[in-house]
Design a protein around this ligand. Structure first.
Ligand code: SAM
Length: 393
């Protein structure tokens, strides 16, 4: 059973949209009718998101049709991204968890994290979410969805919503310890564009006003687009260079990000292969989107004042490209041990094929018995791949 079925996310989400955003006469009709009704708003919202975010109506989530469209188009992938990251990155499963969700929207990310924490720890009892957003209306959806999930999952999920501008809300928050601070798909809206560039120091400044941030892990999750990914890479380098905290993921070393070099056209992002539920795939197709994957850029760090110890184990690598071919043949880019490496099939084509089939961009892998030189890494006959099996989505 996949993660979404296990948590009955689609079913609860569609029921919520049908009951709150669809005329009474249509309630109880099938998914196709619901999606046909919501399609014009989904088209408009999707256009709004792909055009320059600076032009976006500030209050788009106060407009009910856009709220319904946001829930249908973005809740599911954002829930899954946060859930999968939690599952692959969180280290301390506790029986009670507290999450501060900044720019929460319908709490897609914090509810996804709650699901991830539940998978890590089946004895998880309660999750408290403090959800901050300027839209009171979308926070009402968050409250209702949290209540539905709580009932369904058998965990006490308490969501406390606070509406207002984040900069003001953050200053007024009581010093209430939380385990995780999540900022998902919000950085672009939160920070003003300056000379066309987002400024990571502004976000660090904002987090520094938050006493909770110094004691929690901070999760910044953004779409896998070049400006967001570069913002995250720059943020990560400031934290690592100035020793402001500890990078937990995706980096496997604490030196400068290997993509932050002049003229480098690549950027760090993760691509999780995903077969979406039928209704979601149909909605995407109707909008002309055909994505069989979840794409994201992210960084997880703790601002605790301690030595930066990004996972620096020699044999850990993050896959940072798709399989490609260059002048010297097939190659896969890996980040690890302080730099970017070119991995080649070497003497083990079967292992190379297995790597291509089972691993995805952004996955953390461990390889034994490789042949390393300044030219790159080659598989030998003795190389073994030690890595988690791909998650079933
Ligand atoms: C794209 S949504 C992301 C929602 C959710 N985190 C997710 O991943 O699906 C961005 C959210 O940030 C909120 N937001 C943006 N700037 C804000 C600000 N200055 N103050 C309060 N909320 C803000 C918006 O209202 C919106 O709900």
């Amino acid at each position: 059973m996949n993660v979404l079925d296990q948590f009955r996310v689609s079913e609860l989400l569609l029921r919520h949209v049908a009951q709150n955003y669809t005329p009474k006469r249509m309630q109880g009709s099938d998914h196709d009718a619901l999606l046909r009704f919501q399609r014009p708003a989904m088209e408009e919202l999707s256009d709004l998101f792909t055009s320059d975010r600076g032009d976006r109506r500030r209050d788009y989530l106060n407009h009910p049709p856009y709220r319904a469209a946001y829930l249908l188009l973005y809740f599911l992938p954002n829930f899954l991204k946060a859930g999968l990251l939690t599952l692959t990155t969180a280290t301390r499963p506790t029986s009670d968890a507290r999450i501060l969700d900044i720019g929460a929207g319908p709490a897609s990310a914090s509810l996804g994290m709650a699901a991830g924490l539940r998978l890590l720890n089946p004895t998880l009892r309660s999750v408290e979410i403090i959800a901050l957003d300027r839209s009171r209306s979308i926070l009402r959806d968050a409250e209702e969805l949290a209540a539905r999930f709580s009932e369904q999952w058998g965990i006490a999920i308490r969501l406390r919503a606070r509406d207002g501008d984040l900069r003001t809300l953050i200053r007024k928050l009581p010093d209430h310890p939380v385990d995780h601070v999540v900022v998902a798909n919000t950085v672009n809206e939160l920070l003003e564009r300056k000379r066309g560039q987002l400024e990571p120091v502004e976000l660090l400044d904002l987090l520094a006003r938050l006493p909770q941030a110094a004691r929690s892990s901070v999760w910044i999750i953004e779409p896998a687009q070049l400006p967001s990914a570069r913002f995250i890479q720059a943020l990560r380098d400031i934290i690592a260079r100035e020793n402001l905290g500890r990078i937990l993921a995706p980096c496997v070393h604490s030196r400068d990000c290997c993509f932050n070099t002049p003229g480098n056209k690549n950027w760090c992002h993760t691509v999780w292969p995903w077969t979406p539920p039928g209704w979601y795939a149909a909605a995407q197709q109707a909008l002309g989107h055909f994505s069989g994957a979840l794409r994201l850029s992210y960084v997880v760090f703790s601002l605790a004042k301690q030595q930066n110890t990004a996972r620096a184990a020699k044999s850990f690598y993050r896959i940072v490209s798709q399989p490609m071919t260059d002048n010297n043949g097939p190659v896969l880019l890996l980040c690890g041990n302080g730099r970017c490496w070119r991995l080649r099939p070497g003497q083990h084509p079967a292992m190379w094929n297995a790597l291509k089939q089972t691993c995805h961009r952004g996955q953390l892998i461990r390889l034994s018995d490789t042949e390393n030189s300044s030219e790159g890494i080659r598989l030998t006959r003795r190389t073994r791949l030690i890595s988690a099996a791909p998650l079933e989505l």
